[in-house]
Design a protein around this ligand. Structure first.
Ligand code: BGC
Length: 411
């Protein structure tokens, strides 16, 4: 099998404004972090990586690693600090950010919502409120009009499924509610509505720009060959995939409002039917025995990428891996993880899946939400005191693969 990737393949990393920019005070996450006990080790995002001021330095490092694309998010709460009021200075800032990427020959994939919302929006019920999708729209229009000429690809919403679960079921994300199934379904459905509205708004102005969303795709495997364990795995998959439509309609929804399928894949679990767990829908989920467990406590296997991509490929659209990575302090593992995952991407391409790009999560170690700063996903380390950046060996390996558009660079 060839180890080369298709011409024009996008090699990038992925990030999110709140996790790197710093001093992002006007959003629900900032408020949430100030509540004791919400974030591991009492961390807060605080100055984060000060990427807001150091983006040029960070983008220069991306070029040093031969990246030709970068996924980043535009912070809604900076652009629209109160409803209907837009901050020209912040729009200018993001024009500079995107312009800098362009000048370096790095294509921006822009996410419009990556887990953070303005405090004013959250105080009205956030994404659980009626009409929330429409409240998002003025921001979208502003970005489309004022920044659209600099955007390469659009990613409307980051992981609607994971966001809804973390904010309304596990309580790890603001507003920190637990077990509110009804709200969780409302939120997912409002986020998909927001995606549809954003899709139309973008396409009206920039018909040729590819638009999609990033779908969090974990793999659920049956714990045995028994039919009831297969049922447990299927139900888990459907529950997490949770598009607000019957599974049969998924293809039509994707056809109408996605130019590509964006896949964020990190981990997998086993599922077994368990009559003793009525509150868990009679399903016991656990890490896959024999597979390595990341610092997030989740089992992972590079071979699962091929499975996930083959499934995404069935939707008949180009596929971008919008996120993939591993939380570990062991950079040798990250090196192996990257090359093994990419050989599985290559295998999926050989299977006929139209994979167009890979965005590794993430370039710099950053604020990992409720897990704080001790989760290291980066190709580049950041000293928490001086904020000095240091490229890790994994970054160098990824850079060599990107430069040669081939895995032969690491044979
Ligand atoms: C999120 C990122 C997060 C990453 C690692 C993804 O689900 O989009 O913001 O940092 O997972 O946990």
């Amino acid at each position: 099998m060839s180890t080369d990737f298709p011409d024009g393949f996008l090699w990038g990393t992925s990030s999110a404004a709140h996790q790197v920019e710093g001093d992002n005070r006007n959003c629900d996450w900032w408020d949430f972090e100030q509540q004791p006990g919400r974030i591991a080790n009492g961390d807060t995002s605080a100055v984060a990586n000060d990427h807001y001021h150091r983006y040029r330095e960070d983008f220069a490092l991306l070029r040093e690693l031969n990246q030709n694309a970068h996924r980043l998010s535009i912070e809604w709460s900076r652009i629209e600090p109160s409803p209907g009021e837009f901050d020209a200075h912040q729009i200018r800032h993001y024009r500079d950010v995107l312009g800098d990427l362009r000048e370096r020959g790095v294509q921006p994939m822009v996410t419009l919502h990556h887990f953070t919302s303005p405090s004013w929006f959250a105080s009205k019920g956030g994404w659980s409120a009626k009409g929330s999708a429409y409240a998002f729209l003025p921001f979208v229009h502003r970005v489309v009009d004022e920044l659209g000429d600099l955007v390469g690809l659009w990613c409307t919403i980051n992981e609607p499924n994971l966001y809804a679960v973390n904010a309304w079921i596990s309580g790890e994300f603001p507003p920190g509610h637990k077990g509110d199934l009804a709200a969780m379904y409302r939120v997912t459905s409002n986020l998909h509505k927001a995606h549809e509205l954003a899709y139309s708004a973008i396409k009206r102005r920039w018909p040729d720009a590819p638009v999609g969303l990033s779908h969090h795709k974990l793999l659920f495997l049956p714990a045995s060959e028994k039919r009831r364990d297969h049922w447990a795995a299927q139900v888990s998959q459907l529950a997490l995939d949770r598009w607000p439509v019957a599974p049969g309609m998924l293809r039509r929804v994707v056809e109408a409002t996605c130019d590509y399928v964006g896949i964020a894949h990190y981990w997998g679990q086993m599922c077994a039917f368990d009559p003793k767990l009525p509150n868990e829908q009679f399903i016991r989920r656990f890490n896959v025995p024999g597979r390595p467990v990341t610092d997030m406590g989740l089992s992972t296997d590079p071979a699962w990428m091929r499975v996930v991509l083959n499934e995404a490929g069935k939707l008949g659209k180009p596929v971008y891996i919008t996120e993939n990575g591993v939380a570990t302090h062991d950079d040798e593992w990250r090196c192996r993880y990257i090359t093994e995952t990419l050989s599985n991407v290559r295998l999926a391409i050989g299977d006929g899946v139209d994979v167009r790009g890979y965005f590794h999560w993430t370039n710099t170690d950053n604020f990992e939400w409720s897990r704080g700063y001790n989760m290291h996903f980066g190709l580049i380390g950041v000293d928490r005191k001086s904020l000095e950046r240091t490229i890790k060996p994994s970054g160098r390996i990824y850079g060599r693969i990107a430069a040669s558009n081939s895995l032969s660079a690491v044979d």
